[in-house]
Ligand binder design. Structure first.
Ligand code: COA
Length: 151
């Protein structure tokens, strides 16, 4: 199946929003997502045979990137698309002269942590009780980073 990518932009908000609400149990607000479709954020929508199936978004400050969002349509998860999407994201990051990529992820998000570890991210630290958790509790954030080869 043919995979293509389209640059994130406010004009493509609807496709990003449809995925955001499908993929995340606690999706961002519309305004938060909208503001991440323009500078200093950038990213891409992933399409499979022309149908949006995932996206990633980075925030870039000089040569430092933060991966603020990555997701794949739940109907398509577990088929390698997340790995393909993150590889594409990091290749684009290298083209933009990024030197390091940071991210934070819920400690319970085994799929995402597995994906990041497989791609080479290392755990730097834990931020205790950072996220609102289930039943009014709190959940730790795992902070990870990856040094990007200069390219
Ligand atoms: C994280 C996410 C993008 C992974 O996408 P995916 O298409 O399912 O990932 P892939 O099929 O490419 O799997 C890549 C690797 O991730 C890991 N992984 C994927 N699903 C996993 C699971 N349920 N448990 C543990 N590891 C898992 C594995 O290391 C896997 O490699 P392997 O298949 O060689 O074992 C997807 O689960 C998702 O969209 N989740 C909801 C949104 C989210 O939590 N985003 C991250 C925080 S912003």
């Amino acid at each position: 199946m043919a995979v293509t990518y389209q640059a994130a932009s406010p004009q493509r908000f609807n496709a990003f929003w449809a995925l955001e609400t499908k993929c995340h149990p606690q999706p961002w607000s519309e305004s938060n997502l909208y503001s991440c479709l323009m500078k200093p954020y950038w990213g891409e929508l992933m399409l499979q045979d022309g149908k949006p199936v995932g996206f990633y978004l980075f925030q870039q400050v000089l040569d430092e990137l933060t991966l603020v969002n990555i997701c794949v349509d739940p109907a398509q998860q577990g088929n390698g698309l997340g790995g393909q999407l993150l590889t594409q994201a990091l290749a684009q990051a290298q083209q933009r002269q990024a030197a390091v990529c940071f991210l934070e992820v819920r400690a319970s998000n085994a799929a995402a942590i597995g994906l990041y570890q497989k791609t080479g991210f290392n755990q730097d630290s834990l931020r205790k009780g950072y996220y609102p958790g289930a039943n009014g509790g709190r959940e730790d954030a795992v902070l990870m980073s990856l040094q990007l080869p200069s390219g």
